[in-house]
Every structure is written in C-alpha cells, then in structure tokens.
Design a protein around this ligand. Structure first.
Ligand SMILES: NC(=O)c1ccc[n+]([C@@H]2O[C@H](COP(=O)([O-])OP(=O)(O)OC[C@H]3O[C@@H](n4cnc5c(N)ncnc54)[C@H](O)[C@@H]3O)[C@@H](O)[C@H]2O)c1
Length: 267
C-alpha cells in the first residue's frame, strides 16, 4: 500500500500553497482560495509582509512560510514544513515572479540568470517538491502564473518574456506527465492594477490610461479578477481542464481595433 506522508495529523481542510503570496496577485489568489475554504500557505521571500497578509486573511485559514523559490534547499524546507504541519497539498499556485526591465543589448548575465532562476526555476522546484503530497489529493492542481507578454512583443523584457513563454511550455509538459492525477494550467494576466503597478503608473514610468484603452473592457484589471480564475482552476468545477493557458486580460490580445471600424458611421 502507498505510504501516506508523515505528519501528526492531515488537515481536514484542503491546503493551497501560493508562492509570492504576500502581496499583489499572489495575495489575491490566496484570498480567493481561502474564501472557498482552503487553508492557504503563503510562501514568500518576504516573511514580514507574508505574515501580515496571513494574519489579515485569518490565522485559522492562512500561514506564512519563508521561502525563496530560486533556492532548492529553501523550497524543500518550506514544503517539508507544510508536510509536517498540515500533511497535505491540494493546490499549488506558482505565482512568484520578478521582472528586471533592460534594453536587450545591455542585459547582464546576472539579471538574465536571476529572472530565469526565480520565474521558471521556481516553478520547477516548487512543483517537484510538492509532487508527492499533490499525488495524494483527490483534487490536485498546479496553476502557473504566466503573462500576456508571452503572446506579444513587449520591448525591454527579454528575460521576463523568455520565462513566461517557458512557463506555458512547462505547463503543458507537467499536465501531460502528471495527469490525470494532477491538473496543470496557467493563467496569463493582462494589465492588472496591483499596488506595484499603481506606483508605476502614478510615477509616469508607464501609461495606465493608454493600456486600459487597448483592452475591450476599457479598464485595467483588479487583482481579484485573477484570484477568482486561479481559485476556479483549483476547484472541482475545472475537473476536465488541464494543459491550458487562460488569458485574463480584458480582451487586450483579442482586440484588433485599429481606430474607427468599417461598420461605424461618422457622427
Ligand atoms: N501585476 C500584473 O499586472 C501582472 C501581469 C502579468 C503577469 N503577472 C505575474 O503575476 C505574478 C505576480 O505579480 P505581482 O504583480 O503580484 O508581483 P509583486 O511584485 O507585487 O509580488 C510578487 C511577490 O513575489 C515575492 N517573491 C519575489 N521573489 C520571490 C522568490 N524568489 N521567492 C518567493 N517569493 C518571491 C515577492 O516578495 C512578492 O510578495 C508574477 O509572476 C508576474 O510576472 C503580473
């Protein structure tokens, strides 16, 4: 008979591990999963912000664990702690990611390697470490956070876009290799208004209004609108959904408008 994982007691509620769960889209995903009854584990390199987020979500529904997804021993220690304390993982959300803008002719080896180590090495390390516990769940899923930048040419983001394109390929490989037991999907967010992006728009580094105008919805997305899709992908309602990339961008990629449309009459 298959050996169950160690641990004093297996949590009776489902457990979701969210990397980069301290803020932004990770926190929004954790909140959406907690609202659906999961105990969420916020794995983040910033333990203070993660602890505050866990406290705000609710101490019986959230735990913060220090974890650098770019480091194998840190990832393995974090997952060992989840195994010890909760005894199960039902959903893994690989959300932690960094972007270091640079012109490609000036991109340093260090920056290139750091972005790939965290953004895609993190997915590999977390998925590998969680595989055994996920395999014991009857509702196991991994959701990787990609980006619309994997689908269009965005200047100044060579390493980031390489990592997000790879994220989508890795999603299909893991879905094929670990299915049907573990469903693996990706979410590709568009322009979402997090605290970090709000600061970028307010400082004038990027034009939020111009970006909003390129969507069909005519606005930037709310973090909750990503969190809800992540929570849906982890749920039994998504039981026949695997190996897919769900683009959540308010219609940015679909939008082919080039000014006034042929069916529109002059005012
Ligand atoms: N915000 C957007 O509009 C947007 C759009 C498309 C894709 N994304 C993707 O969504 C994800 C989250 O983005 P965000 O905007 O919420 O970012 P954010 O910078 O606000 O939050 C990222 C979180 O990840 C943590 N983190 C960073 N490096 C880590 C590491 N090595 N190990 C563990 N945790 C680490 C940070 O401490 C932080 O809590 C990223 O993968 C990003 O590429 C965001």
């Amino acid at each position: 008979m298959k050996q169950k994982s160690e641990g004093p007691a297996r949590s009776t509620t489902q457990v979701a591990v969210v990397t980069g769960g301290a803020q932004g889209l990770g926190r929004a995903s954790a909140e959406a999963l907690a609202a659906r009854g999961y105990h969420v584990v916020l794995c983040d390199v910033n333990p203070d912000v993660a602890a505050k987020a866990a406290q705000e979500i609710g101490s019986t529904r959230a735990t913060a664990v220090r974890c650098d997804v770019g480091d194998t021993s840190s990832v393995d220690a974090a997952i060992a702690q989840v195994a010890r304390d909760l005894g199960r993982i039902d959903a893994l959300v690989n959300n932690a990611g960094i972007m270091e803008p640079s012109r490609s002719e000036e991109l340093s080896d260090e920056s290139w390697e750091r972005v790939l180590r965290i953004n895609i090495g993190g997915i590999m390390r977390m998925s590998r470490a969680s595989h055994r516990l996920l395999s014991e769940s009857d509702n196991a899923s991994i959701t990787n956070i990609s980006s619309i930048t994997a689908h269009r040419g965005f200047p100044g983001r060579l390493a980031y876009v390489a990592s997000k394109s790879a994220t989508e390929g890795m999603t299909r490989v893991l879905a094929t290799e670990w299915g049907p037991k573990i469903r693996v999907n990706a979410v590709a967010p568009g322009f979402i208004l997090t605290e970090r992006s709000r600061a970028i728009y307010e400082s004038g580094i990027a034009d939020g209004e111009a970006r909003a105008g390129m969507t069909v919805m005519g606005r930037l997305g709310e973090p909750r609108e990503i969190g809800d899709v992540v929570a849906f992908l982890a749920s039994p309602e998504a039981s026949y959904l695997t190996g897919q990339v769900i683009v959540v961008d308010g219609g940015f990629l679909a939008n082919g408008r080039t000014g006034r449309d042929i069916t529109e009459r002059p005012a």
